[in-house]
Design a protein around this ligand. Sequence first.
Ligand code: ADP
Ligand code: MG
Length: 262
Amino acid sequence: MTDAPVKLSVADLTKRFGSLEVLQNITTEIRNGEFISIVGPSGCGKTTFLRIIGGLEQASGGEAHLDGRRIEGPGADRGFVFQQDNLLPWRDILANTEIGPEINGALSPEQRRNTLRLLKLVGLEGFEHYYPRQLSGGMRQRVNLARALAVDPALLLMDEPFSALDAQTREIMQTELLRVWEEGRKTVLFVTHQIDEAVYLSYRIFVFARRPGRINEIIDVDLPRPRPLSIKRTPRFVEYVDHIWKLIEEDVRVSVLEEHAG
Ligand SMILES: Nc1ncnc2c1ncn2[C@@H]1O[C@H](COP(=O)(O)OP(=O)(O)O)[C@@H](O)[C@H]1O
Ligand SMILES: [Mg+2]
């Protein structure tokens, strides 16, 4: 992994909303094929960071380059999966999955074959002509993932994609995501507030601190792959979770108190 080419480089990235400094001098490099998670307390700027990388938000200072090109806006080289699925209710699953290629003017028999392959990959073969309302939350997030992959992005950006799901479905989705990821080895930036989810999925974890948001520590997760769910019960795994929890505990305490204070 350390010899893979740099995919995303972020230099001195800063973001302010008015007088609020949300991100301070974020500098990092992510290599091709890495699975990176970002964890940190609520309000530390995780979503803002992802939105800047996605080109949905402008940085106040600094810059980010994807494959050597400066990020200045959204583009087909980045695929997004959010917590809330934003599937179009009047389109069936196949049509929802093909929105990206359609917008890019890339619909073709070959693209159709690729879409069907992706739906099969995420476990939705046979559901192509269902509508979003007919699917469970977990299935809708599978569609979201297939849709993000349909444009074959250089970078996959995922913002708490499983946090609306129940605990069992979430664990199934974690294993499924790893299985899908093993197929294509996309570079992934994955935001979560679930520490065990981050440890389970990642090569490296960026632990953010808040006020202002910044990278507090980077953890290399040196656990073998493929990773069965039972790895979560091993001492090494639990050590990683404990270590990260200790890093953000105080921050989380403060952010919970602030939320209650309104
Ligand atoms: N568009 C915006 N305008 C003003 N403040 C914002 C905006 N978006 C986010 N913030 C603030 O920036 C901080 C970081 O938010 P966010 O990136 O959503 O954090 P996280 O995803 O880590 O919970 C929060 O204090 C939030 O209220
Ligand atoms: Mg967020």
